[in-house]
Structures are given as C-alpha cells and as structure tokens.
Design a protein around this ligand. Structure first.
Ligand code: AMP
Length: 563
C-alpha cells in the first residue's frame, strides 16, 4: 500500500456508532461517504468470530448475531470506559478492542477506496462522553493503527455539516438520539462562526433501549423472562422486535416467533408502544431542559430544531419533540450519515482546506471538572468545581485553596468530573501528590485547570508563598490501563485473523441466508435452504462473474421477502 504524501494525506472523519459506523473523506471541497466492501456506507458495529476463527465485522457479523449469539457481539460502545469484558467465542474482549476491530475495518475500506495508506482521522464521540470514555476511544484508534487528529462531539459534527449546507439557521438545538446515547446541544450559527453554548445528555439512553423495552414487554405478555429463553431464540426475537420498532410508523405490526415451545405472536401499535416507552421518553426531557437553562434560552428563542441519529426516525420521538418545542423539527439531511460528514469537514477545517478555511467552531466542556476538598474540620469528600459545565473551550480557570493544618507536608489533588456536590457521586479522573514545605502556618495554593480543544486537561498547582509550581498533565493515555494491559491488547489484536475483505460479499450473503433460514418456517424455509445449497455450489465453481450474478439475485430475493 502506497503512503500518501504528507500534503495529500486524506482528510478523514469517522462516526464510531453504537449501532452503525461510517467513514467519510473530504475531497474536492466537500465531504463524501466511503463505501465498505459491500458497497454500503453503513457498517454495523458488530463483531463475530467465524467458524474458521477469523474475525468478521459489519453486516455478516450482524446476521451471525442471530444465528451465533455466543460468537458475536454488538452495542459494545455502551461499555466503553468500563472494565467490562465481552465474550466472543470463548475469548474475552474489552469494548475498546472490539471498537478497534470496527475502526480497522473502516480503515481498510478507506484504503481500498482511496488507494493509499490511512494513518489518522477525526473521530466523533457523544458530547456527553466522560473523560475516560474519550481516552478509551483514542486507545481503540491506536489499536487499529489510527492516530486521532481530534475527537469531535457528535452533535457538533452534525452542526458543522448543517452549517456548510444551510446558511439560514441561527440559534439551533441539536437533538441527537443514536443507538446507545442521547445528546442535546444548543448552538448558534453566526457564520463563519459556529458557537456551541451548551451540551448535555445521557450516555445510557438510545434506540437500543427502546427495542429492549419492547422485548421485555413482549416476553412479559407471553409470561416469559429474558433468562428463560435460550440465547439463539432470544437473538432471533430481538431481531424481529427491532424490525417491528422500525416499521411501527406504517401501522400495527406483528412479531411471529417460535422458541422451544408453541409458535407465538405479538401485535403492537404506536399507542401501545408509546405506553411502554413512557419512562424512556420521560428521560429525554431533563437534558433538553438543562441545555436550554445553561444556554439561558427558552424553547421559543430557538430558530431551528435539528434531529440527528437513527432513533430520531421513530415517529413518537418526532411527535414528542414537536410538542415540546411547538414546531416541526428539521430533518433535511440524513440523520444516519451527517455526523461522519461533519467529522470529515472538521478534518478539512484542521488542515485549513481552502473550501472551508473560513469556518470557526467553538465547543464547550459538557461536564463540570473540579477537585475534592474538605469543608470545616470534619466534612470531607466535597466536590469543588474549577471548570463549570458548558464553559467554552479551550479554557483556563484558577481557584485558591488552603491547607487543612499548619504542619501539612503534602496535599493530594484528586480530580473529578460531574454535577453532584459529593465526590463519591462523581467520576474520579486522576490524582497526584504535591510536596509542601511546612511553614508553621496555613498555606494557600492556586489550582489552575486548563482544558484544551481535544479535552486534554492540565492541572497546575502554584504554592502562593514560594511561587513553586507543579504541573500535572491528565493525558489521553488511559489511566485505567497500565502499560502491560495496553501491550496485551495490542498483542491480542495482532494475533487475530481478519476475514479477507474481498471475500466479504459472499460471506455476508451466506450469513444472511443462514439467518433467514433460522427465522422462517415451512415452505419459505425450504426455499431458503435451496438457495443456500445453490449458492454454495456456485461458490465451488470459483467463477467470479457467475458468483456475483447469483449473489445479486439472491440478495434481491431476500430484500423482497424483507429478510
Ligand atoms: P445510530 O447510532 O444513529 O445509527 O442509530 C441507531 C438506532 O436507530 C438503532 O437503535 C436503530 O434501531 C434506530 N433506528 C434506525 N432506523 C430506525 C427507524 N426507521 N425507526 C426507528 N428506529 C430506527
């Protein structure tokens, strides 16, 4: 693979989503989506271990989630930043290792499309992602052989794509409900300036929760529980419920399912779904109110309302938003692809591409950062903010603190993030010790937090009496991972066999046929069984034109059956 010359290094943006991921490139003055090996721009963020031990990413893995749930994983972005390990064919993987496999697959697609090696990209993250979640995303990129040029908040990336496209907006609220996260961002366009005023959200609310709620309700109606259904049957039911959710807008939908016992069916209309989703819809309101309060705006001050993320396709979500704001939301650009396009535009902005040079973007730190202090003689664990949430970044803020007693020899600076008054309820980020020279008096110290555009936090402590300064960088290398753990991840991934990209279209069709066979019964199942054997016979001929034509025919036949 040829290396691009530094001046011509491709300007790439990646949307690493809970459900789907995309990669876009800035070329000839505009952002353009890059197709994967199947010619599609959405790559499901799903990883599976194939029967021969090779790693499959994307659509084939998505099909195997139903047929081989113990050898496939999805929605791992939801665990990013945690110590959770996900089982995949007897091996345990971290969320960042699995994300690295998705990023690696996108990287290969970009290299095949562009014809040159790819080393760096702008990657989008949910605005409300914590410091640790951001660090782990950067580590996932490192594992995939990608340097992160910048992390951009997803709604900010969407705002950027809209800003380039639409010139007439001013104060805008971006409502971003993806597969696993929910972000609300209030910003103002005064082009060429795009100024983010407030960003907030819920890292554990997304379209997958809406599917999960329906699944639970369906099982409850059948007098069953999640644990009473074996994994393969459950995966198949989840699939059918996901489809039902996506088609509810067309009218009442019915799920047909055969687990171990009698065949069953479950019918639901929009009203029924709304009742089941009431608690989730309720959780959408609080971040909206907070973002508007922080931006000091009321709903009627907004000029426009933009919906981003696949889950905003749900009519109930659109209706709720319209009711809340008393206006119809703007859904002009494709909510699935806009974030990747915005991330590529940001890459162009960073490279000062002439077509975009004028655009200036200011973002905010979406959460409060501070340290642990004590109050009075015996109240410890108090959270003292230094940078308040929704402060424009880059920013540098200083506050004065005092030692607790005269003979104090050290202070332990413990850095936290969050919105709660006690550190125990917030997220611990890092800690370090500063040596003091006892002076027989209470000493004062200035603690400065500097937060840059990439979310890199630096803490400076200055002892006021001596002027001595202590600097501490809270960098992007994951604090929760020591060098050994990082090397283990590198080795684990280097030892994996990745399914060859060229063979993916055939492998994807076989996985799709196997899933369809599992989901159907009777004549339909028999028909799919015949297709499966026909296709394996054609594969055995190794005649590429014959294989391609039958592949197209079978994919169209499955499309027609909605399978
Ligand atoms: P994203 O992370 O933006 O790709 O969003 C993925 C989420 O959008 C998943 O939970 C999907 O179920 C959901 N989604 C995609 N299309 C639809 C649709 N037509 N109706 C309802 N939900 C959808």
């Amino acid at each position: 693979m040829q290396d691009a010359t530094p001046a011509a290094a491709p300007l790439l943006g990646i949307d690493l989503g809970t459900t789907n991921s995309l990669i876009a490139v800035w070329q000839q003055g505009r952002a353009q989506l890059i197709p994967n090996a199947l010619g599609e721009v959405l790559t499901p963020s799903v990883v599976s271990i194939d029967d021969d031990g090779s790693i499959l990413v994307g659509r084939a893995a998505r099909s195997r989630l139903t047929t081989h749930p113990d050898r496939s994983v999805a929605a791992f972005k939801r665990f990013m930043g945690s110590e959770k390990r996900l089982e995949l064919g007897g091996q345990a993987f971290s969320p960042e290792e699995l994300s690295a496999l998705v990023l690696g697959s996108l990287k290969h697609d970009a290299e095949a499309f562009l014809g040159c090696a790819v080393h760096e990209a702008v990657i989008s993250v949910p605005a409300y992602f914590s410091d640790e979640q951001r660090k782990r995303t950067v580590f996932a990129a490192e594992l995939a052989g990608l340097k992160v040029q910048r992390l951009i908040n997803e709604p900010t990336a969407a705002a950027m794509a809209y800003g380039l496209h639409e010139q007439k907006f001013e104060r805008t609220l971006i409502f971003d409900l993806g597969g696993g996260t929910f972000d609300v961002t209030v910003l103002e366009y005064a082009l060429p300036l795009i100024e983010v005023h407030a960003s907030t959200g819920d890292n554990f609310l997304g379209g997958e929760d809406f599917t999960e709620a329906l699944l639970q309700a369906c099982l409850k109606d059948w007098g069953m529980t999640l644990s009473s259904v074996e994994p393969q049957a459950l995966a198949s039911l989840y699939d059918s419920i996901e489809l039902l959710k996506c088609k509810l807008g067309e009218g009442p939908q019915t799920v047909y399912w055969k687990g171990a016992g009698e065949p069953r069916e479950w019918t639901l209309d929009e009203l029924g779904a709304q009742t089941i989703w009431e608690p989730l819809l309720g959780r959408v309101r609080a971040p909206i109110e907070q973002a508007l309060r922080d931006a000091r705006l009321s709903p009627r001050d907004l000029d426009s309302l933009v919906l981003v993320g696949g889950a905003t396709r749900m009519p109930v979500v659109q209706q709720m938003v319209a009711k809340l704001f008393g206006r119809l939301p703007y859904r002009h650009l494709d909510p699935d692809t806009i974030v990747a396009l915005g991330a590529a535009s940001q890459a162009a902005c960073k490279a000062r591409d002439s077509a975009i040079e004028e655009l200036i973007l200011t973002d905010v730190c979406p959460y409060t950062l501070g340290i642990e202090t004590t109050r009075g003689a015996n109240i410890s664990g108090v959270f003292s903010p230094i940078i308040e949430r929704n402060t424009v970044i880059p920013t540098s803020r200083v506050q004065r603190f005092y030692t607790s007693h005269e003979q104090q020899k050290t202070i332990n600076v413990e850095v936290y993030q969050g919105e709660r008054p006690w550190v125990r309820d917030n997220i611990f980020i890092d800690s370090f010790v500063v040596e003091l020279t006892p002076m027989d008096k209470i000493q004062s110290l200035d603690i400065r937090f500097s937060y840059d555009i990439n979310g890199l936090l630096e803490v400076d402590v200055t002892l006021v009496d001596t002027g001595k300064r202590h600097s501490h960088s809270i960098d992007r290398s994951p604090t929760g991972l020591d060098e050994e753990a990082r090397q283990n991840s590198h080795q684990r991934l280097a030892g994996l066999k990745i399914h060859p990209r060229d063979a993916l279209p055939n492998r994807t069709l076989t996985a799709r046929l196997e899933r369809a066979w599992m989901q159907c019964l009777g004549d339909e199942r028999e028909q799919i069984g015949t297709w499966l054997s026909d296709f394996s016979q054609v594969l055995a001929t190794q005649q590429s034109s014959l294989i391609a034509s039958q592949r197209q025919q079978l994919n169209e036949a499955l499309d027609a059956l909605n399978l």
